[in-house]
Design a protein around this ligand. Structure first.
Ligand SMILES: NC(=O)c1ccc[n+]([C@@H]2O[C@H](COP(=O)([O-])OP(=O)(O)OC[C@H]3O[C@@H](n4cnc5c(N)ncnc54)[C@H](OP(=O)(O)O)[C@@H]3O)[C@@H](O)[C@H]2O)c1
Length: 244
């Protein structure tokens, strides 16, 4: 199996890399912190995997295209690409600074585009493959205080849904992964209650199982999946009260 994972230096991406790492598996791992990337690659190699690394920002479009080209050359094709890298945080609208908001949209939306699109021609040619992106339960409704994050994840879910319809006739599966809270560097910064939070390895195991089953949408854990769908339909005042 040949698997590419972005954001593999920490959190969910690192746990996914370790979950897939095994003899006979070729991994392509990315992330900006070269030292962390090499540490994760070494742990995956210790489990028998062949690992290629690219210390790269997902916003770097030519760099991501080169990464895809090089991975395809080295691995002789690709079976699964997981666009996992992402950032999040409060909007802090009172500061009047668009830069962090634009950066969040760039990393979370353009980053997914830069990761998945360069692999599409190869998957179409080989008439097989699986593209996945990590969105969020926050991608079902505008979330006050973190609206940019939820907007970026709504965009990712929409891309996955539509691209799934475009690419299924070519034998390609497209999956939107929508986690609730998972322990990671991202959630370590949160100063609010995180119900049903999962340890990272447990979350990775669930994601891998859902991808093996070729789920088009995987929202977990169940109570958060129910909450996300209720929030999607709830009146505005319910969302405001619940989030605050
Ligand atoms: N944890 C949760 O509760 C949760 C819930 C729902 C969805 N998610 C989503 O799951 C994904 C992974 O999040 P996580 O919780 O594992 O966060 P994390 O621990 O902060 O890890 C994020 C990963 O993304 C990489 N990354 C960030 N910006 C990047 C950039 N510009 N270019 C390349 N890589 C970049 C980071 O590596 P470098 O810093 O080395 O670049 C790191 O490997 C994200 O898309 C997040 O939105 C997380």
């Amino acid at each position: 199996m040949r698997v590419v994972i972005t954001g593999a230096t920490a959190g969910i991406g690192e746990a996914l890399a370790l979950e897939y790492a095994a003899a006979g598996v070729t991994l392509g791992l990315t992330g900006r912190r070269a030292d962390r990337l090499e540490a994760v690659a070494a742990a995956c190699r210790a489990k028998g995997a062949t690992v290629h690394t690219w210390p790269i920002d997902v916003v770097d479009q030519p760099g991501m295209q080169a990464m895809a080209r090089e991975f395809l050359e080295r691995a002789g094709g690709v079976d699964l690409v997981i666009a996992n890298a992402g950032i999040g945080g409060p909007d802090r609208l009172e500061r009047g600074d668009p830069a962090p908001i634009v950066r969040t949209l760039e990393v979370n939306v353009n980053g997914v585009v830069n990761t998945l699109v360069p692999f599409m021609p190869a998957m179409i040619a080989q008439r097989s493959g699986h593209l996945a992106a990590v969105a969020s339960v926050a991608g079902f409704r505008a979330m006050p205080l973190r609206t940019t994050y939820s907007a970026s994840k709504i965009a990712v879910r929409t891309l996955m849904e539509g691209w799934g319809m475009d690419l299924e006739p070519h034998g390609i599966t497209v999956t939107s992964i929508n986690p609730g809270f998972v322990e990671s560097e991202l959630t370590a910064k949160n100063r609010f209650p995180m119900p049903f939070i999962l340890p990272t390895p447990a979350a990775a195991k669930r994601i891998v199982r859902a991808l093996r089953r070729r789920r088009r949408v995987y929202t977990f854990p169940l109570p958060m999946a129910v909450l996300a769908r209720v929030l999607a339909l709830a009146p505005r005042w319910v969302v405001k009260r619940l989030v605050r």
